[in-house]
Design a protein around this ligand. Structure first.
Ligand SMILES: [Zn+2]
Length: 296
């Protein structure tokens, strides 16, 4: 079954058995790597390699070592899927043009599988040394952690939570733009969650810092992995107490309140829409859709 990508942001479709029990069982992991049906995902550096709607997979080459691979999981037909770890690849913290192209070609589940692999390969390439003692670290648990050879500390791949939110006031929502956005593009406001903070706390703080508005009734809508390098976008809505804006111009170039008709026109790509909506891949677009479908 293909997933209707119009209903899901990019990287968000789950589709593989992650088989956590195999990762931490050395015998089962070795058996999975030696399975004649085992494949590994080919990457070009950190970028995807595609064959139509699918990622390119190849048999595990003779002489390859399980310790140099991450077990991504087992596919629908039971065959194990790995990705090779590489050193010396460029850090993929920024959104890559090749991924943008691939996102329009790939099946939604394949794109999600790629996103996870990208985050993991990137994390391993940048975590060769222990943050506790400076000793060399080695992949462990099928590539889902690294263990320090010096002090024994175990380090896990990180996920960085980001809140992205639409504040609403009397039938209008707040959209903003950063200087780096394409012309006329506006989106939902966003920011990283800080240590010690709840999702709700981060939504309220970011809206206050960036736009000077106070909000209540914060609600969760959906989430999206964003592998540049390892964010988790947490999409929310909130009710503003009033519509007076005080913009932080170091964060936002502009922001304005837009009604449902304006949001619909933007989502439909109309020429005279008040702004240009984010692309299908972005959770912000799905957040706008979620809101507008609930308006009269
Ligand atoms: Zn250490």
């Amino acid at each position: 079954m293909r997933i209707d990508r119009a209903r899901l942001p990019g990287f968000a479709a789950a589709g593989i058995d992650r088989c956590d029990q195999v990762r931490s069982d050395p015998e089962a992991l070795a058996a999975a790597f030696a399975d004649p049906q085992a494949r590994r995902m080919r990457l070009d550096g950190l970028d995807p390699m595609t064959d139509g709607p699918e990622l390119v997979r190849e048999p595990i080459p003779a002489g390859a070592r399980a310790a140099d691979h991450v077990l991504l999981g087992k596919e629908a037909d039971g065959s194990p899927l790995f990705v090779e770890l590489r050193s010396g690849i460029p850090h993929g913290g920024a959104f890559a043009p090749r991924v943008w192209e691939a996102a329009t070609e790939l099946d939604a589940r394949e794109l999600a599988l790629y996103g996870g692999a990208r985050s993991l390969v990137d994390w391993h390439a940048r975590h060769g040394f222990c943050a506790v003692c400076g000793g060399a670290t080695m992949p462990a648990k099928g590539g889902w952690s690294r263990r320090c050879g010096g002090c024994g500390a175990e380090h896990f791949p990180r996920v960085d939570p980001v809140v992205i939110m639409l504040a609403e006031y009397q039938g209008r929502v707040l959209v903003g733009r950063q200087t780096r956005f394409p012309p006329r593009r506006y989106s939902a406001l966003a920011g990283f969650i800080e240590p010690g903070e709840t999702i709700e706390g981060a939504v309220a703080r970011e809206l206050y810092e960036e736009a000077g508005i106070e909000v209540t009734d914060i609600g969760y809508v959906m989430s999206q992995p964003w592998p540049f390098p390892s964010s988790l976008m947490i999409a929310c809505t909130a009710q503003a107490r009033d519509d007076r804006l005080t913009l932080d111009l170091t964060e936002l170039e502009d922001a304005f309140w837009v009604d449902a008709a304006g949001v619909r026109a933007a989502l439909d790509g109309e020429e005279d829409a008040p702004f240009k909506a984010p692309p299908t891949m972005a959770v912000a677009r799905h957040l706008l859709l979620h809101w507008v479908e609930r308006q009269g």
